[in-house]
Design a protein around this ligand. Structure first.
Ligand code: UGA
Length: 441
């Protein structure tokens, strides 16, 4: 099938590459000429396990092409995906400027039936706006051409995006015609073989489903973080509580890990956008607002503990930070807790020695060269001579470090663990002062 994807960001590129890899002929359109150049060399502009190889192969075999020419893109695919950014506005609402610009372009250039699919995470009602934009662009040129607008939210997790796309637990489509449903079914057939995972519904429910999923996951995390803080105060251990409640299948073990707050490009943005949607609809978003508030607070917990440990005087202290990305297996540092922590440490006059397996260049891009940030080549180099170690992201390689060496390299054996990676008793036996989340020292 011929597919066009507007936007070669994370969602657009993963979607394009997976469709191409299933044998489709895919054209990606992006306004960023430099990005298009990079992709034309068969290179991937960001880190996602397995993606660079697939981009390279499918590009080399001619199934995956990149252009800045929107008209060429409109001409190419019967399926036109909109996967451009929806940056949050000041009030938390998603800015639809780019989405509607693409809709307008499609309306200006289309000459035959097109299925226009919103893949970006967009507020309820956006498909109606896309439809209206297309209709007005067509009317402006006196063209009468049929089209369908479909909502098809993505449920990709960074770090596991290819598996999530090719072996999805669900494919949600919001449609308002049989024709659109049939076409979408055919499009997703390669990923929907043995067991029908396609869930078809009305457009607005599909749009809301995406926000509901992310907001519920964020709610689980903030709930556990609140209980972690309570556990500390009442002498309980949140890890035991987690295991105890997760065994109930109605609760489940997923997404109930307490930690130093959730980050990334999705949860914070989507919770804010849903708060805004609710307010606009005249509903007081009590739970959602609390989820956000708890998370903002949780992101400051590590700093408070470090600060308290050093008696409120961090001037000249060196703090090692392990893990900078918002979660393992990605170089994405958007809304990452590491940034909140490092900025607070710098404000307090501390020096940061940081290490992350893949996100160092992203941190360098944001913070540049500064005397109070030392980017280290290894986890051990980061702790060498530091006053304490802080763990922000649970990369696998941090799970079983050489504790004896770490104790020697640190000035004092102190670990602040934002992800509860180690057994407090073991840490105590090894002579560490070990501060984790929701557990007893
Ligand atoms: C999230 C959703 O999980 C995807 O289903 C969705 O498609 C995606 O957003 C999106 O909207 O595009 P992602 O942002 O890649 O995916 O990251 P998650 O794996 O969900 O993790 C989010 C944050 O929650 C991370 O900072 C992680 O450390 C934190 N987290 C996760 C916890 O603190 N505790 C947990 O138990 C689980």
């Amino acid at each position: 099938m011929d597919i066009t994807i507007f936007g070669s960001g994370y969602v657009g590129l993963v979607t394009a590459t997976c469709f191409a890899d299933a044998g489709n002929d895919v054209v990606c359109v992006d306004v960023d000429a430099q990005r298009v150049e990079t992709l034309r060399r068969g290179e991937c502009p960001f880190y996602e396990p397995g993606l660079a190889e697939l981009v390279k192969i499918n590009h080399a075999e001619g199934r995956l092409r990149f252009t800045t020419d929107a008209a060429e893109g409109v001409k190419h695919g019967q399926f036109q995906f909109i996967a451009v950014g929806t940056p949050p506005g000041e009030d938390g609402s998603a800015d639809l400027k780019y989405v509607l610009q693409v809709a307008n372009t499609i309306g200006q250039h289309m000459t035959e039936h097109r299925v226009i699919i919103t893949k970006s995470t967009v507020p309820v009602g956006t498909c109606d706006k896309v439809r209206a934009q297309l209709a007005s662009a067509l009317a402006a040129r006196n063209a009468e051409i049929e089209f369908d607008v479909v909502s098809n939210p993505e449920f990709l997790k960074e770090g596991a995006a290819i598996a999530d796309f090719t072996r999805p637990d669900r494919i949600v489509i919001g449609v308002d015609s049989d024709r659109a449903e049939k076409l979408m079914r055919a499009l997703y057939e390669p990923f929907n073989h043995n067991h029908d995972r396609l869930i078809s519904m009305d457009v607005r429910s599909s749009e809301l489903t995406k926000y509901a999923a992310n907001a519920l996951l964020a709610t689980k995390i903030s709930f556990m973080n609140e209980l972690a803080n309570l556990s500390e105060k009442v002498g309980a251990d949140i890890e035991n509580v987690r295991i105890g409640i997760g065994s109930d299948p109605r609760i489940g073990y997923h997404f109930i890990y307490a930690g130093c707050g959730y980050g990334g490009s999705c949860f914070p943005k989507d919770v804010k956008a849903l708060v805004h949607t609710a307010q606009q609809a005249g509903i007081k978003p009590s739970i959602l607002s609390a989820v956000e508030e708890v998370n903002e607070r949780q992101k400051t917990v590590l700093f408070s503990r470090i600060n308290a440990h050093f008696g409120g005087n961090l001037k000249g202290k060196t703090i090692a930070v392990w893990g900078l990305s918002f979660k393992p297996k990605t170089d994405d540092i958007r809304e990452a807790t590491s940034r909140v922590l490092m900025e607070a440490l710098w404000d307090a006059g501390a020096i940061v020695k940081a290490y992350d397996p893949v996100a160092m260049h992203e941190i360098q891009k944001v913070y540049g060269d500064r005397a109070d940030l030392k980017l280290c080549d290894s986890a051990e180099q980061a702790v060498d001579g530091a006053d304490a170690l802080t763990i922000v992201t649970e990369w696998k390689q941090f799970r079983s470090p050489n504790f004896a060496r770490i104790a020697k390299l640190l000035k004092q054996p102190v670990i602040f663990d934002g992800r509860n990676l180690y057994d407090p008793e073991l840490m105590q036996r090894m002579g560490f002062t070990y501060v984790s989340i929701g557990r007893q020292p």
